[in-house]
Design a protein around this ligand. Structure first.
Ligand SMILES: [Zn+2]
Length: 452
């Protein structure tokens, strides 16, 4: 595809940056901690900005105080729409651990501070400003550009993207969706990697139930419910589920390896070899958080998170429960996963599924990835796009049910020692102003190339 980016004079970008930062600060000041979410207030703010710019929008309320904003720039229909998605809700904060007001929209030391600065009010503003710039340019669009600012992603999307997909599918249906998680820079060995989410693991949350003889706590009991559930927790917490090589994980590892020197590249490739994978990840990998991420995309996982049993110290309970956060790889069915879980647990307990969502498979060869790389390299010549699979879930899980090809691409350039994943739900969440401006520029270039 020929490069059809719209040119905006350099001098004008200065004004655009200022405008975007002002909008961003105002949005960070609106507390959208979920629960309760209160995204309606944030929608009203974005609506006001669209209104001022003469762009039509819709606010769709899924529950009191929970709202989703949609706006659409019409294209000529020669290609199917592009959806820009950002969730407006944020996770909670422990204020005592913050050095800046998490809802103050403060600008300090070159950073914008606040909950949502990276996850993902930045994308909401970048998308909004991209829409404003497209409209102001008067450019003829080859496809509709839809901007969705949604509720409730942090709690699973029931009042946000899941609700839109179920209640208003035609309003969000698109060929591509750009959203989270990806597009942030990560410097490894002097190389500028930009992970782009192309797939995500599914969910299979389940409850393990153990039964035992009830009775008085003064009498011996060798096989009580508590002992059984304790064994189940111990097994799930310490044993490994089987290795699975997926196309998505293989592309991720291969791309990283290609840009590493010998012998690092050889060692990295060994994680795709079932005979070596575990030894390499657990013993030879210097970066432990990276090793955990790689482990997660090569295995189904089942982490015990909640234990419940008994009410009184002198009463033996007849039942005990263990809730488990299970995550499944693309290509794995719930039955496949539970078979693996049962073989670890043994036969003494029952399993009930609490909630499940299938994994989202991705296409590591989709041409949009090359367009992302081009847009990034215009502003960071060292940029390398790395397709990856997210171990957690995002709005992509819901949108992909409509056949939308979803990519995690909310570009931001981060300082070298800055780890996106540590900050996104952590204390002192912040974004470098320059990195945000970089992201806006990259997103605008990509969207104008894809849509004009
Ligand atoms: Zn998020």
């Amino acid at each position: 595809m020929a490069d059809k980016r719209l040119a905006i004079p350099e001098a004008e970008w200065k004004t655009v940056y200022e405008e975007a930062v002002n909008y961003f600060r105002a949005l960070l000041r609106i507390d959208t901690t979920n629960p309760p979410g209160n995204e309606a207030q944030a929608c009203d703010y974005l609506a006001e900005l669209l209104e001022k710019n003469g762009i039509a929008y819709e606010i769709l309320e899924s529950a009191p105080g929970r709202a989703n904003l949609l706006c659409r720039l019409q294209g000529d229909g020669s290609r199917r729409p592009l959806l820009l998605n950002a969730h407006l809700d944020v996770v909670g904060v422990e204020r005592e651990h913050w050095s800046h007001d998490p809802f103050g929209g403060e600008l300090d030391q070159g950073f914008l501070w606040g909950r949502g600065a990276l996850d993902m009010k930045n994308m909401a503003i970048m998308s909004l400003v991209t829409v404003l710039l497209l409209r102001r340019s008067g450019a003829r669009l080859s496809r509709d550009v839809i901007f969705a600012a949604v509720a409730d992603e942090e709690a699973g999307g029931r009042y946000g993207s899941a609700w839109l997909v179920e209640q208003h599918p035609d309003k969000v249906r698109a060929e591509y969706c750009l959203g989270e998680i990806g597009g942030f820079s990560r410097v490894i060995g002097g190389k500028h990697f930009y992970p782009v989410q192309i797939a995500e693991k599914g969910i299979c949350w389940f409850r393990v139930k153990a039964k035992g003889q009830p009775g008085h706590g003064s009498l011996p009991n060798w096989d009580g419910a508590v002992a059984k559930i304790g064994r189940a927790a111990e097994r799930l917490g310490t044993r490994r589920l089987p290795f699975h090589r997926t196309e998505e994980a293989a592309v991720f590892v291969e791309t990283l390896a290609r840009h590493q020197p010998f012998p690092k590249n050889r060692i990295l490739r060994k994680v795709l070899d079932p005979r070596w994978s575990r030894i390499v990840l657990e013993r030879l990998f210097p970066d432990k958080s990276m090793a955990r991420s790689l482990y997660a995309v090569l295995h189904n996982t089942a982490n015990p998170t909640i234990l419940r049993a008994g009410e009184k110290v002198n009463v033996l309970p007849s039942e005990a429960f263990l809730d488990v956060d299970g995550r499944t790889l693309p290509g794995q069915t719930t039955e496949d996963f539970l078979r693996e879980v049962r073989s670890v647990l043994g036969g003494d307990v029952d399993i009930d599924i609490i909630h499940q969502m299938p994994a989202v498979s991705g296409s590591p060869t989709d041409p949009i990835l090359e367009h992302m790389a081009e847009a990034l390299r215009l502003h960071d010549p060292l940029a390398i796009v790395v397709p990856y699979m997210a171990p957690g879930f995002t709005d992509a899980n819901h949108y992909s049910r409509l056949g939308i090809r979803c990519f995690g691409f909310s570009p931001v350039k981060l300082p070298e020692n800055f780890h996106f994943v540590d900050l996104m739900h952590g204390h002192d969440e912040r974004i470098p102003v320059e990195g945000f401006q970089f992201g806006l520029r990259v997103l605008f270039d990509l969207v104008s190339n894809l849509c004009t």
